[in-house]
Every structure is written in C-alpha cells, then in structure tokens.
Design a protein around this ligand. Structure first.
Ligand code: MG
Length: 307
C-alpha cells in the first residue's frame, strides 16, 4: 500500500469559546492509501488534544515517520494513545477496501450557537435555516449571568426548539445543581434535551448522582473521549447519553462493534473536521447514533470554507 499525507489548516470565522478556552485554528492531516490498481482511500486525522486525543504535533510526527509502503497490519496497528490517527488510517483503509453501499440518511443536525448574548441572533438565523435542535455552551461566565441569558434564549426560540446545554466540565457541583434545577423548572413548557458534561471527568460519581437527582437528562462528553473511557463509564453504570466524537475515538470498526453490542443512547458529534473526516463521521453516525436525537454536526458555519 502506497502511503502519503498532507497537512491542512482552517480558521474559525470567529473563535469558539468554551470552558477550555478560545479555539481559532483547526489543524489536521489527510492520509492517502493507494493500492496497486491505483485505487485511493483517504482519511482525516483531526486531533483534539484538550479533549484527550494526541496533539497535532504527535500526529504529524507519527505520520512523518512511517514508510511510504505500508502493510495492512501496519495500517491497523496504530497505538491506542493515537486515537485520531487510528481514525484517519482506519477510515482511509475502509474507503479503500469497502464498496460504498448506500447508508441510511443521518438524523437531524444540531446547530452550535456562540456563547454569550450572540446566541440570541445566531439562534434565529439557524432556525430560519431549518435547525430545530440547538447547543449552547455554558460554564464560561458567571452562572447568574448565563442563566439570565438562557431565559432570554428560551423566550426568543420557538416552542418546538430543542435545547442542549454544554458545560464542557466547567461547573462546580453547586452550579450544576443550580442549572439542573432551572432546567427542571422550565421543562414544563420547554424541552431541554440534556445538560452535557456538567463536571470534569474526574467527578464521574458526582455526575452519576446528579443524573439520578434531576429530571433533565445528563450527557457525558469529555468523560468518554476515547473508546476505553466510553467502555469504562458504561461498565460503571452510566445510563444517560454518551456523546461520541468518532474522529478521536479510534478505529471505526472497534467503535462500531461496541455500539452494536451495547444498548447505549449515543449522540455522534463533530470535532470540526473537514469534508473527508466529516463524510466518514456522518456514515458512522447514520449507522450508530440514536436516530431520535440530532447529531452534533451543525458546525459548518463556524469554519472558513474547505481549501
Ligand atoms: Mg461537549
């Protein structure tokens, strides 16, 4: 198998603010595998180090040190601490070796809103474009301020809109309780789909407790960045939602095998891949994501166009 790779870089149209900080450039790599007949399979490596994957630099060095001729076993034995590389090589391999069969249409897509007051105008804009599920990041400002904006957002969005809140692990236990009380309260007349990752991954048992104390469902995201973390949270009794970012979750066939053999409520979600990674993720999402929930791929409006 002839192997090559290239690097890419794309800017965010405006930096994305989360509890982890500001994110303004998406860097990644595209790997190409070519067989003797000239067929080519491509895959994308889109690391997200602050989420627990390898760094871009590690992925780059890994790609740089491979020979130009690779065997199947080399392609399928990328180490587990390089999950974004596993995904890139695994999807390139699948693209090369599997016939493209038609897959079911992916579920609806959830649109990502900007943090702060800009969410209000962005929400009406996305609503006009057909989005009905929205994600809003919290945990970046004082809870009182964010909760007042949240009430404004609720009032501004049409009744049918579904809202997901994502704290990126940035709340204290007390703030998480405050948010869940508020969500339970507004649930009489609004649909709050879930609160995502209220506490950091090392507070798993607290999140498990919160998930039993309130009506509003909880989702794990940072806690389940890799397949082994996903398996561990499942074994520890998580009954809520699992947000799965396939592009940093390792080899796609291993993820497929886990999701097909365990009845989890999975919501597939983007790490701001470019088109090659996105297509591979959407294919997996159509197979494995809970079809009753919107997938987290409504992020295209955040990035400059593919170059
Ligand atoms: Mg999240």
């Amino acid at each position: 198998m002839q192997y090559s790779f290239q690097i890419y870089q794309r800017s965010f149209q405006q930096p994305l603010q989360t509890h982890h900080g500001l994110w303004s450039i998406r860097q990644g790599l595209i790997v190409s595998l070519a067989d003797d007949s000239g067929h080519i399979g491509r895959g994308e490596i889109a690391p997200l180090a602050w989420f627990g994957s390898e760094t871009w630099e590690q992925a780059y060095h890994f790609c740089q040190h491979l020979r130009q001729q690779l065997t199947q076993s080399q392609i399928l034995s990328v180490p587990d601490d390089y999950p974004a590389c596993q995904f890139g090589f695994g999807t390139a391999w699948e693209a090369l070796t599997q016939n493209l069969v038609s897959t079911p249409a992916p579920p609806d897509i959830c649109g990502l809103l900007p943090t702060g007051i800009q969410a209000l105008s962005a929400a009406s804009h996305l609503w006009e474009q057909g989005y009905r599920t929205f994600k809003w990041k919290i945990g970046v400002d004082a809870p009182e301020h964010e909760q007042s904006l949240f009430r404004q957002l609720m009032a501004a969005l049409p009744q049918q809109a579904l809202i997901r809140l994502d704290a990126n692990g940035g709340l204290t236990h007390k703030a998480a309780q405050g948010w869940l009380q508020l969500c339970d309260l507004v649930a009489d007349h609004r649909t709050i789909e879930y609160l995502e990752q209220p506490l950091p991954p090392n507070q798993f048992s607290d999140m498990l407790l919160l998930s039993q104390q309130f009506e509003t469902p909880l989702a794990l995201d940072e806690s389940v960045a890799t397949l082994s973390q996903l398996q561990q949270c499942y074994r520890q009794g998580w009954k809520g939602i699992f947000v799965i970012k396939p592009a940093i979750c390792g080899y796609p066939d291993r993820l497929r095998q886990f999701c097909q053999t365990h009845p989890i409520d999975a919501v597939f979600s983007s790490v701001f891949e470019s088109d090659i990674g996105r297509q591979a993720c959407l294919k997996l999402a159509a197979e494995l994501s809970n079809p009753r929930r919107a997938i987290g791929f409504g992020v295209r409006h955040w990035l400059s166009p593919d170059e």
